[in-house]
Design a protein around this ligand. Structure first.
Ligand SMILES: Nc1ncnc2c1ncn2[C@@H]1O[C@H](COP(=O)(O)OP(=O)(O)O)[C@@H](O)[C@H]1O
Ligand SMILES: [Mg+2]
Length: 148
């Protein structure tokens, strides 16, 4: 099943993300897909903030570091594979920790490392619908179909 949200501002995306974050209590992996500027990082900041208490303004994009780690009930990993140069760089990330039970993983550009996608219980697809408007589609995979 797919749920569609329309957000009309950064604040609305942060608020949607904070509501979605409730579903990640206890852990879970989320694939965030969509073009540059479609709102993936904004949404991830909303989730991280809701789970960790860190202000969205204090949350950087992991564009260059590839991974940023936060602490909520368990570890929270915000990953961005956009600038990953090669497969080896991707393999060097601590995937066993990032995808561990109880951890929250938010992965931007998961298509850069296809084998991550089956581990993601949630897939969010972002698209620009015009100036300030973003369409966010949420698809949830049955728990029995999620890799562990
Ligand atoms: N409704 C909206 N939700 C999220 N971001 C929006 C929205 N409207 C405009 N924007 C702008 O779009 C950009 C989204 O950037 P970002 O979240 O970094 O995208 P991505 O990570 O997908 O490349 C920001 O510049 C933000 O100000
Ligand atoms: Mg981004």
């Amino acid at each position: 099943m797919e749920t569609i949200w329309l957000s009309h501002s950064v604040e609305e995306t942060l608020a949607l993300a904070a509501r979605f974050a409730v579903r990640l209590r206890g852990g879970g992996a989320v694939a965030l897909q969509g073009d540059l500027g479609s709102g993936k990082t904004c949404f991830a900041k909303g989730v991280v903030s809701a789970l960790s208490g860190v202000e969205p303004a204090e949350i950087p994009s992991p564009t260059f570091t590839l991974v940023e780690e936060y602490r909520g009930e368990g570890p929270i990993y915000h990953v961005d594979l956009y600038r990953m140069r090669d497969a080896r760089e991707a393999e060097e990330l601590a995937w066993d920790e990032i995808l561990a039970p109880g951890a929250v993983a938010l992965v931007e550009w998961p298509e850069r490392m296809e084998k991550i996608i089956p581990y993601c219980q949630f897939r969010l697809s972002f698209s620009k619908e015009g100036e300030g408007v973003r369409r966010i589609a949420l698809a949830e995979r049955a728990t029995s179909d999620v890799c562990r």
